[in-house]
Design a protein around this ligand. Structure first.
Ligand code: DON
Length: 305
């Protein structure tokens, strides 16, 4: 057994004291139904080995983790032009905040807050022939899992509770920072959030970020080495919303979270990780997930600083 495997095996026990301290997301009713004390974690190394523990093969709602994959694909198609329409600064605000958009003239702070992700979704709509199918095919290809699907109930629930996202999209449109019809942008954005994947799928799918942008299973690139570095930087500074400072301080890895309780983390050049546990802290990030990453880094010394 490798050292990584041994440490991974200790994590379910090491985080068990955090169960009951947070709550699964309930603003989307379909998410509130998930059993709170699930815990899974997967690691995929740049050399192509996978390690898993706990509920690592159970699919869950990836939610905002999709923003990493949509940004990567948008950068693949539109390159630097993405950053003419979305900034690269941490927002220090909740992920669905509207306030900065007004005084920053419709340019979202970064691609990982909802406003930024709506612009990224719009860029993809302009570049993909069949946006939902093309995106799904891409995700299936980089995670080597043809069974990945979206969850219709979560998708509907996003719609029924998507008033803030609709407000953001209309507001962005008023600054001409949305080019496609708003209904299409929202529909695609909700679809991205409602994909179901497991920790193992997500660790594999994000492996390109630990490997200079190389596709994990094919002889081609997902993004360039420079783009890989930029996406990792944005994950470090903006990937966990207004808790990004805490994550950088305590974990020290590029991370992207979702309100389904998943967090993807990257050890550049070495491995990608995904941890899932649905109970969230006040800022919308998984509490046991953050604890697991913190413990993993303490024990392996694999933080980037
Ligand atoms: O936009 C929304 O409300 C969600 N479906 C995505 C939220 C999400 O995961 C944000 N973050 N943690």
């Amino acid at each position: 057994m490798t050292k990584i495997e041994t440490i991974l095996g200790t994590l379910p026990e090491a985080v068990s004291h955090t169960f009951g301290q947070g709550k699964p997301a309930n603003y989307i009713p379909a998410l509130a139904e998930v059993c709170g004390n699930k815990f899974g974690m997967a690691i995929s190394t740049a050399k192509g080995r996978d390690f898993i523990v706990g509920d690592a093969e159970e699919a869950f709602s990836i939610q905002s983790i999709s923003k990493v994959f949509s940004l990567s694909l948008a950068m693949h198609y539109a390159g630097e032009k993405v950053f003419e329409r979305v900034g690269v600064e941490p927002s220090g605000n909740p992920f669905h905040s509207l306030s900065q958009l007004e005084y920053e003239n419709g340019i979202p702070r970064n691609p990982f807050i909802n406003a930024g992700a709506l612009v990224v979704a719009d860029i993809l709509l302009s570049n993909l022939n069949s946006p939902k199918q093309d995106f799904l095919d891409h995700i299936r290809s980089i995670s080597k899992n043809l069974d990945i699907q979206y969850d219709e109930r979560v998708f509907r629930s996003e719609y029924d509770n998507g008033q803030r996202n609709a407000a953001l999209a209309y507001y962005l449109k008023s600054f001409d920072n949305i080019k496609n019809p708003i209904a299409q942008v929202l529909d695609f954005y909700f679809y991205l959030c409602s994909l179901n994947m497991s920790c193992l799928d997500l660790a594999r799918a994000s492996r390109f970020l630990a490997d200079d942008g190389r596709h994990p299973f094919k002889d081609k690139s997902v993004v360039s080495p420079l783009q890989t570095r930029r996406i990792n930087t944005l994950m470090m500074t903006c990937g966990t919303y207004d808790e990004a400072g805490e994550f950088a301080f305590h974990v020290g890895l590029p991370c992207k979270s979702g309100v389904g309780g998943g967090i993807v983390a990257i050890v550049p050049g070495k491995m990608s990780l995904c941890v899932w546990s649905p109970e969230l802290g006040k800022k919308g990030n998984s509490l046991p997930g953050m604890q697991a990453l913190k413990t993993f880094v303490e024990q392996t010394g694999l933080a980037v600083f």
